[in-house]
Design a binder for this molecule. Structure first.
Ligand code: ZN
Length: 182
C-alpha cells in the first residue's frame, strides 16, 4: 500500500456521494444531561469564541444547519451540546454515536470531517444490518438483497500513484473498488 496516498478531500467526496437518508420524522429521546445542556444554552461549551466561529463556519460549509445554541443538523445527523467541552453526535439509527470534543482553531475542519465519518459509518451499519435482516426474513431473495446492499458504499477514495493523473483508476474506493474520474 506504499504507493497509495490518502486524498485530503476524501471525506468531502464521501459525503457528496453518500445521500443523506430521507427520514424527516426523527424523534430521539435524549439523556437528561443532554436536555439540561441544551436548555442551558451557550456558556457551557469550552473553546474560545474564535474557535467556535471557525467550527460554525466549517459546519455550514459542509451543509449543516444551526438548530439552536451549539446545535446543528444535517439530515438525520445531529450535533448537540453536552456538558463542558463535549458534544453529542447522533444519527437516525444511533442516538449516542459518540461524544466529540469541541475543537480548537486548528481542529475545526478535522472535527467536522470526523463527525461526518462517524455518522456515515453509523448509517452504513444501519443499512447493512437492515440488509441482513431482510436476508434472514426473505431467504428466497437473499442474493438480490446482497447485490443491492453491496452496490451502495460510503466510499473511501484513495489515490493510486501508479496510474497517471486524469486517467481512470487513479482514484478508487478502498472499500468497494469503485473507480472515479480524477
Ligand atoms: Zn466505495
Amino acid at each position: 500500500m506504499r504507493d497509495l496516498q490518502r486524498r485530503t478531500e476524501s471525506y468531502c467526496d464521501q459525503v457528496a456521494c453518500h445521500p443523506a437518508s430521507a427520514n424527516g420524522g426523527l424523534a430521539l429521546v435524549f439523556p437528561s444531561t443532554r436536555l439540561a445542556a441544551a436548555e442551558a444554552g451557550p456558556g457551557l461549551l469550552g473553546g474560545t469564541t474564535h474557535s467556535r466561529q471557525m467550527f460554525d463556519e466549517k459546519l455550514k460549509t459542509k451543509g449543516w444547519t444551526q438548530t439552536g445554541a451549539y446545535s446543528y443538523a444535517k439530515g438525520d445527523w445531529l450535533i448537540e451540546p453536552d456538558t463542558s467541552s463535549w458534544m453529542f453526535v447522533s444519527t437516525k439509527g444511533n442516538p449516542r454515536v459518540f461524544d466529540v470534543h469541541v475543537p480548537g482553531d486548528y481542529e475545526s475542519g478535522w472535527t467536522v470531517n470526523l463527525i461526518e465519518h462517524l455518522c456515515g459509518m453509523e448509517d452504513e451499519r444501519l443499512r447493512l444490518r437492515a440488509a441482513l435482516e431482510s436476508i434472514r426474513d426473505n431467504p428466497e431473495a437473499a442474493r438480490q438483497t446482497a447485490i443491492s446492499a453491496l452496490q451502495q458504499c460510503f466510499h473511501n477514495w484513495l489515490l493510486n500513484l501508479k496510474i497517471p493523473e486524469k486517467q481512470t483508476g487513479r482514484v478508487y474506493c478502498a472499500i468497494c473498488g469503485a473507480l472515479r474520474n480524477s
